[in-house]
Design a protein. Structure first.
Length: 319
């Protein structure tokens, strides 16, 4: 029987693009998309409604399709989890245990689970943040990701579970809407640049954060999963870096294409979250172990986002 891949949380920002790429690589029928909500885009392969907190339903789908590889993307992101800490902890941790336990029981063979720059906190060195450093996250999201990293390493060491992970920075893409993150401003700003040519930012102008274009994040995800097991030396989660910029810097870049674009600033509760995170990331281990390298800079990211969003919106709304 064919061994298949399951993506959990496939209707979200990353899942939408990851499923497309996995299906290009492994065939439409071999990649099963799943989520508690309907997909954002038309599906070219199987889709199942799945609540990953429901272990029985999860096992049924795994058995139905002979799933051997799982990408677990379901989570509450940083801003949403701060509004509902108990549920954020419940979803982010128990989804991971449900997947890790199936690998421990040898039902599935391989897991991808994303961590985040949110594992770092205000006591972490903020620039060129190393792989191994002080980690005292102050958000429930960051605490859940840090705990998740420890559990991934534990399951690998104790039960030989093949789990692989990346600490994604803020991700930016045009194919799907983001879902409750602090870095979401860097996606919204492009939509508003097209629709209204102005943007009110919920972070202050100098708030520099690590960011990445979505196709680089998908490339990293596929590459770490394809790498030989013995080259994956870190079984908690790898730092990876794309670019770093502030709202002021991204606005300057947008103005190169849209000279009348205006940005204003009205920081809200998300400022405190962003201020606790690093400005830039050192990803030397990912480069050494599985040949990570990003393709996108702020300049070509901005060009790509504006060009593609212009196609998505009706011409009369375009600036
Ligand atoms: P998202 O919010 O866009 O998507 C998450 C998806 O999970 C949603 O479609 C949601 O419906 C689904 N989901 C929620 N509860 C579920 C459940 N019980 N069962 C099944 N599905 C459920 O998030 P995303 O941006 O695609 O992020 C995916 C993963 O990557 C998360 O673990 C997130 O922490 C991590 N991450 C994302 C970023 C980023 O910038 N987007 C950065 C760092 C890490
Ligand atoms: N981009 C994510 C967020 O802002 C970071 O993990 O929540």
């Amino acid at each position: 029987m064919v061994e298949r891949i399951l993506v959990i949380g496939s209707s979200g920002q990353i899942g939408t693009e990851l499923v497309e790429e996995l299906r290009n690589l492994y065939g439409n029928e071999n990649v099963i998309a799943s989520d508690i909500r309907e997909p954002q885009v038309e599906q070219t392969g199987p889709f199942e409604i799945l609540d990953i907190l429901n272990k029985v339903q999860f096992l049924e789908i795994v058995e139905k399709y002979n799933i051997k590889e799982v990408y677990l993307l379901a989570a509450l992101l940083s801003a949403t989890a701060e509004k509902n800490p108990a549920f954020g902890w419940d979803l982010n941790m128990n989804s991971l245990f449900n997947v890790l336990d199936l690998a421990k029981d040898k039902v599935i063979d391989k897991i991808f689970w994303p961590s985040s720059i949110a594992v770092f906190g205000p006591t972490t060195p903020r620039e060129n943040t190393p792989q191994y450093t002080v980690m005292e996250p102050t958000t429930v999201y960051g605490i859940s990701k840090q705990a998740g990293e420890r559990w991934c390493e534990y399951y690998h060491k104790q039960y030989n579970v093949d789990v692989r992970s990346i600490r994604y920075p803020g991700l930016i893409g045009y194919k799907s809407k983001p879902g409750g993150g602090t870095t979401d401003y860097a996606v919204d700003i492009f939509h508003q640049a097209i629709l209204t040519n102005k943007y009110e930012c919920f972070l202050s102008e100098e708030t520099t954060l690590p960011m990445m274009y979505m196709s680089d994040a998908i490339k990293a995800t596929i590459n770490i999963m394809k790498a030989e097991s013995n080259s994956i030396k870190i079984r908690s989660s790898y730092n990876i870096s794309g670019m770093s910029f502030s709202p002021k810097e991204i606005a300057v870049e947008i103005k190169k294409s849209n000279p009348d674009f205006e940005i204003s600033y009205s920081p809200d509760y998300r400022q405190k979250i962003a201020s606790s995170w690093p400005e830039s990331i050192n990803d030397i281990q990912a480069k050494q172990d599985w040949c990570w390298s990003p393709d996108y800079t702020l300049t070509n990211l901005t060009k790509t986002m504006l060009e593609n969003l212009k196609q998505l919106y009706p011409a009369e709304k375009n600036h």
